[in-house]
Design a protein around this ligand. Structure first.
Ligand code: NIG
Ligand code: FE
Length: 396
């Protein structure tokens, strides 16, 4: 049994670690003619191949033939535990109808009607679909249950496939509480949080007109924080509001969407540790305006890209697609977009073992059928993932 695997013959290695010896200047920390040593689940060495000193160690050597290798994508925002389908809603939207959060309730009805095995099988199929496309870290939210037992079921199922589980009982107010939204908030911060917190790392709330007010959202986030969960927020998706500043105020790891941003939002984000996670799949499939990532990055905001994979607003699990749209329509350079979908996602999940290829990181790597990272935007819709390693294991 060899001590580890040396991946060599890497034409362009995106490390996201500019401190690595041999790395070119810039956030991607690109090393050319590179090699990576994987031992067990971890990366123990990365750099210029000719600088690798093998010593007398017994290594399996794999030559990647000049390919580009990037860190596995970190998809920090998905809603993958659900049943049903909203094809008709999508078709209506493409005919001109606007997106409304009310569609969430139809997925709630379908999800409640599905048994554990059905939900589990679909969830695992979505995770496999994402992995094949290069995603090696995946956050998954509940939010299509909206009762104590149903939300508990969804976070429990999500926890079977990822440690990055988010309790989103505050997705929308369910029909049975339509006349008593504050009563629903009482349920979320009380028995629902009690049931879900043991399975979750994060709490999230949809802070938007038609979902939860700023005061309700603050109450929900503070209850989660008091239970030791980290905070994340859905905000400014359907219009401008105070959700971004609330996220900054409570120290959320990430605030997501940001389709409609004010100058005050941008200033608050730039002065904070809160990541803004942009979700290009949403604007793509709801025909809303794309946010101006250029303005955000130039102002000093840390930007991540995620899929928001869900049956309503963005039914894609492809981070490569999100990168292509972010470059084409949101003013990001290919380098910024690749960083945002890897290191940016890791920041949004406060993970320092993901989103980089350097010693100590988990060995999550993607070999592209391409000579450089620009191809992810330059060749939209083309499956460029040749091979994926997750925690040191080659998948597929
Ligand atoms: O992130 N904004 C709220 N939730 C989802 C949409 C969910 C749905 O339409 O089913 C989102 O876009
Ligand atoms: Fe979402």
């Amino acid at each position: 049994m060899p001590r580890g695997t040396l991946l060599t013959g890497i034409g362009e290695l995106v490390t996201n670690d500019p401190t690595l010896p041999g790395a070119e200047p810039g956030p991607l920390g690109i090393v050319r003619d590179a090699a990576v040593l994987v031992e067990g689940e971890r990366i123990t060495w990365a750099g210029r191949a000719r600088e690798f000193a093998a010593g007398d160690s017994d290594l399996e050597v794999v030559d990647l033939g000049g390919a580009c290798v990037i860190p596995g994508f970190v998809d920090s925002h998905t809603h993958l535990v659900f049943a049903g389908d909203r094809t008709a809603e999508f078709e209506a939207r493409m005919r001109g109808q606007t997106y409304a959060a009310g569609g969430i309730r139809s997925t709630v009805a379908a999800t409640r009607a599905a048994n554990d095995d059905e939900l589990r099988a679909r969830l695992r199929a979505f995770v496999a679909e994402a992995t094949t496309q290069g995603t090696t870290t995946l956050e998954i939210k509940s939010g299509y249950g909206l009762s104590v037992d149903e939300e508990e079921r969804l976070v429990r199922l999500a926890a079977e496939v990822t440690p990055e589980v988010t309790f989103l009982g505050a997705h929308v107010v369910p029909a049975e509480y339509a006349d008593d939204p504050d009563g629903y908030v009482d349920l979320v911060v009380g028995p629902m949080l009690d049931a879900c917190a043991p399975h979750a790392r994060w709490i999230d709330v949809f802070c938007e007109t038609g979902a939860f007010s700023v005061d309700q959202s603050r109450r929900i986030l503070e209850a989660g924080l008091a239970r030791g969960l980290g905070a994340r927020v859905h905000a400014s998706q359907l219009g401008p509001g105070d959700g971004i500043r609330l996220a900054v105020e409570v120290g959320a790891a990430s605030v997501d969407h940001g389709t409609y941003l004010t100058d005050a939002d941008v200033d608050a984000l730039a002065a904070s540790d809160t990541v803004l996670t942009l979700l290009p799949g949403v604007e793509f499939s709801t025909r809303q305006p794309y946010p101006d990532a250029r303005r955000l990055i130039d102002a000093g905001v840390t930007v991540a890209l995620a899929s928001d994979c869900n049956p309503g607003s963005s039914f894609t699990s492809s981070l490569a697609f999100c990168i292509a749209v972010a470059v084409r329509d949101m003013g990001m350079t290919p380098a910024e977009a690749v960083w945002a979908a890897t290191a940016g996602g890791a920041r949004a999940l406060r993970r320092d073992d993901a989103g980089r290829i350097s010693p100590g990181a988990r060995a999550d790597l993607v070999q592209l059928r391409a000579p450089n990272h620009v191809h992810l935007a330059y060749r939209p819709g083309v499956p460029l993932v040749e091979a994926v390693w997750r925690a040191g294991a080659r998948l597929g």
